[in-house]
Design a protein around this ligand. Structure first.
Ligand code: FPP
Length: 254
């Protein structure tokens, strides 16, 4: 039983379909949601944070092991100053407001991305909550100031330093070594990537990790993405045949 559940527990209790181990989401459409209502874009982001809370609760309730949310890309720094500032304030607010719920529900928060670009205050608040939620039963990775290409460049630089220091042989570099130098834990790549607002793009999200992920694209805007939409994505995931490069016949039990 989860504490302080705001998601619809009846809907979750009734669900007996497949549950991916690692769910990732590109949370798109906040701006359009607000514009459609003659509101400022930041109101869409605030409503999007409500969807974040609901989706975190649903995933935790249903036994998802990892949830990775794309909250702010490396390229989003180029948005107007008031929107960037409003989003940074929102992240700070989320950390303060959700702190007790994350701890009580054993959700381990980890920020992935170039955190050194965030304000010192925000970095401090993040580090504190990461420490306070460590050892939780579901990993919540929030990608902030994150880019998939930037992550691969950073991993390459770290590997190059190890080679230069003589602690790593060039011939020993393989996919496992690359995976070990990413922000995310190795051997836990996303099974399902959800993208809202109907856009069929990857947008520099987890480029290394999504090699064999299934994609679910929905026209629903992120602030409207709640329990029913998440369960629809899970059902659709369950209908896919995942072959990881093999043939269907190879997957049959022998
Ligand atoms: C993309 O939609 C969304 C973002 C750049 C921000 C995502 C942030 C949140 C969902 C809220 C806070 C998150 C946390 C973890 C507390 P867009 O604004 O580009 O949408 P548009 O394409 O309709 O303009």
């Amino acid at each position: 039983m989860l504490g302080g559940l705001t998601a619809d527990e009846d809907v979750l209790r009734a669900y007996d379909g497949p549950v991916p181990a690692h769910v990732a989401a590109i949370m798109d459409g906040n701006g359009r949601w607000a514009t459609q209502r003659d509101m400022k874009r930041i109101r869409g982001h605030h409503e999007g944070a409500e969807s974040v809370r609901v989706v975190v609760e649903c995933c935790r309730y249903l036994g998802v092991k990892s949830l990775t949310l794309y909250a702010f890309s490396s390229q989003n720094w180029g948005r107007p100053d008031d929107e960037v500032g409003g989003l940074m304030t929102l992240f700070d607010l989320y950390i303060k407001r959700e702190r007790n719920r994350l701890i009580a529900n054993k959700v381990e928060l980890r920020i992935i991305g170039e955190r050194e670009r965030l304000s010192e205050n925000l970095q401090g608040a993040i580090a504190q909550l990461e420490a306070d939620t460590a050892g939780g039963e579901m990993l919540l990775q929030v990608a902030v100031s994150y880019g998939g290409r930037e992550e691969i460049v950073r991993a390459t630089q770290r590997i190059a330093r190890e080679v230069a220091a003589g602690t790593l042989e060039p011939d020993a570099i393989d996919a496992d070594v690359l995976a070990a130098h990413m922000f995310t834990p190795p051997d836990a790549d996303p099974d399902l990537v959800i993208r809202t607002s109907g856009e069929f793009r990857v947008s520099n999200f987890l480029l290394w990790q999504i090699a064999y992920a299934e994609f679910f694209v929905t026209p629903t805007l992120w602030p409207d993405f709640r329990e029913p939409e998440l369960l629809q994505a899970f059902r659709e995931f369950g209908s896919r045949e995942r072959r990881f490069g093999h043939t269907a016949a190879q997957l049959e039990p022998q």
